[in-house]
Design a protein around this ligand. Sequence first.
Ligand code: SF4
Length: 679
Amino acid sequence: MPGSDMTRTHCPYCALQCGMEIRPETGGGLAITPRTDIPANASGALCQKGWTAGELLTNGERLTAPLLYGEPVEWETALDYVASRLSAIRAEHGPDAVAVFGGGGLTNEKAYSLGKFARVALGTSQIDYNGRFCMSSAAAASNRAFGMDRGMPFPITDLAEADVVLLAGVNVAETMPPFLRHLSGPRLIVIDPRRTRTAKEAWLHLQPTPGTDLALALGMLHLVIADDLVDETYVAARTAGYEEVRTSLAGWWPERVERITGVPVHQMRQAVRALAATGNAYVLTGRGAEQHAKGTDTVSAFINLALALGLPGRHGSGYGCVTGQGNGQGGREHGQKADQLPGYRRIDDPAAREHVAAVWGVRPEDLPGPGRSAYELLDALGTTDGPRALLLFGSNPVISAPAAEHVAERIGALDLLVACDVVMSETAVLADVVFPVTQWAEESGTMTNLEGRVLLRRRAVDPPAGVRSDLDVIAGLAARLGHRFDDEPAAVFDELRRASAGGLADYSGITYERIAGESGVFWPCPSAGHPGTPRPFLDSFATPDGRARFVPVQHRPPAEETDEDYPVYLSTGRVLAQYQSGAQTRRIAPLVQAAPEPFAELHPDLAEQLGIAPGDVVRVSSRRGETKAVARISEDIRSDTVFMPFHWEGANRLTNPALDLVSRMPEFKVCAVRVERDS
Ligand code: SF4
C-alpha cells in the first residue's frame, strides 16, 4: 500500500489513463511512480508526457485569478458579471443564443454537470464538445453495427493473446507508447499513409494514398469473400445484413482498389489471410481512419471486415476504437454531446428524456432538443441566428478546430466569450472572462479509459490559491440563474449514476469505493452487486435482435482533391512529446526540448522537386489559410503528401471543415495544399 502522503491516481493526458502513484516533494515538485494494479500500464511504463506531468501543477504560467477583460477580479465579481450577461443575452435573443463547448479531457462529473447546466440552467440546445473532432466517426459506426459504442469492448490485456492485430490509422507508438507493450505478441498489420513509429514495428505495412482507407477496407473484404475466408457460421448466427454488403462489394475488385489506394493486391491478400488464419485477431481503428468526411463509413467498412471474419463478440478477437483524449470515452457518455443525454441516451428518445428529466427535477418537454455539432456550432457563432455567447470548458478550438482562422473570426464576433482554463490558451486569450480552474492532481473525479473501465482520479495536492474547479464555476453560475447544482465530485457522481441507470452506459452500480478497490469497473454496471462488463458483446450485441449489423458503404474521394493550384495532400497528426492543442505540453520544458516547433515532413523526391532542403522554412497553404513550418525530409512519408503535427498554431488553418454526414467529424486527415520554400 502507498504511504500516507502517496496518492493513487491517473495521468492527466491520453485515453490510456496510465495509473500513477504521486507524492508531493518538498519544494513543490511531484514524485511520480507507475502503478502496477492498472492493466493499461501494469508493466511499469509511462511515456514522456506522463513522467513530466507534475510540472503542469507548478508551471509558472498558471492562472490564479479570474480575469475580466484582462484585469484580475474577485471570483464573485466575475461570476456575477457572467451570469448577468448570460441572462441579458438570453432575454434578448432566446436561450439558444448561449452556447457551451466542452472537452474530452473533463472528468465524467464535469461532462455530466455541463450537459445538465446547458439544458436546465441555460435552457439551450447549443452544447457540444471537442470529442466530436476525435472519435465521433468510430462511435457512430459502432452504434450502428453493435447498437452500442464502448471504444474497445474488451480489456486491453486481451490483445496480447491475439495472433494478429490490424491497426487502421492507429499510431500508438507515438501517441500512447505503453499501449505498444500489449502488442508485443501478435503480428501487427498497420494501415497508414506514413511509415509511422508503429508502422516500423509492423509485420506488414499497407501505405494507402490519403483519403482511400475506405476503398482499401472494401478491397480487403472483397478478397475475404473471393478467397472463401468468410466465417459463415458466425455470420449466420450473430449478424444481419451480410447479403446486402456482399452484393454492394461487387465493384470493388482488388485490382481496382490497388489503382485507387496504391496498395498492391498481394499485400491486401497477405493481410486478410493473416487475419483469417486463426480467428484470434483484432481490428482496431484510430484517427487516421476516422477523421474524414466519410469517417463513419470507413469505420463501418472495417467493422464489416471484422464481422465477415467472425471477430467481434468473442473472447480473444474483436473490433475496437483506440480513443485518444483522456476521457474521450466517458466524455461522450454523460450528456455534453449535442445529441445525447446521460447514460449514452439519445436526446430525441422520449423515454430517455422522461428518465433524465425526472432525475433533474424538470419536465421532459422543457428539455431542449438536439443542438449543432462542434464545428457547426463554432461556424455559427455571432451569426444572425447563431449563439451570441460561448462558455468554453477544457478546450482550445482556435488551435484544434479545422479552418482555425475562420473559427477565430467567428469567436471574435461573439458578444461574450467565457473560458475556463489552467493557462492562457490561444482561445482563452480572446475571452472576455477567464476562470482559473483546477487540474488532475488537484481534484477528484472519474475518468473512463479506452477500454470502458471507469477509473478514479484523486486529489493529491492543494490547488494554487485563487483557483477553483470547473464544477464550482458551473454551480456558481447555475445558482445565479436560479438553480442549485452540486459542486462536490462525489455528489455529482451519485447523481450521474442515477441519471445513467437503465441507459447503455449504465454506471449505477459503480461507486468511488468500488473503483478504488477493484482497479476500475467496466460499464455497463447496473447494480451494486454487478461485477461490471469487460466484454459486453459475448452473448449478444446491443441491437434489438442481438445481432451485429453489416452496413453497406461505398468509397468516394476526399472532399478536396489535389489539383494544379494545391498539388500535395496534407495529413495532420501527433508527436510523442506534445498533446492535443499543446496548451499544456508546450509549457513543459523537457517536452518543448523534445518537440520544440511545428514541422512539415516531406519525402526527398517532393523536397527535391520543390527545391526544399532539411531545415528550410516552408510556407504551406490551402484554400483556407497558410502557415510556416520547418522542413523535415523523410522517406517515411509518401511523395504526394506532406505531414504536419497539429499541436501548434498553423496546421489547422489549412484543414478542411467538410463534415461526415453521420458523425459530423471534420476531414482533418486529408486536404489539398501547396508547399513552397519561404524566401
Ligand atoms: Fe499519460 Fe497516455 Fe503517456 Fe500513459 S501513454 S503516460 S496516459 S500520456
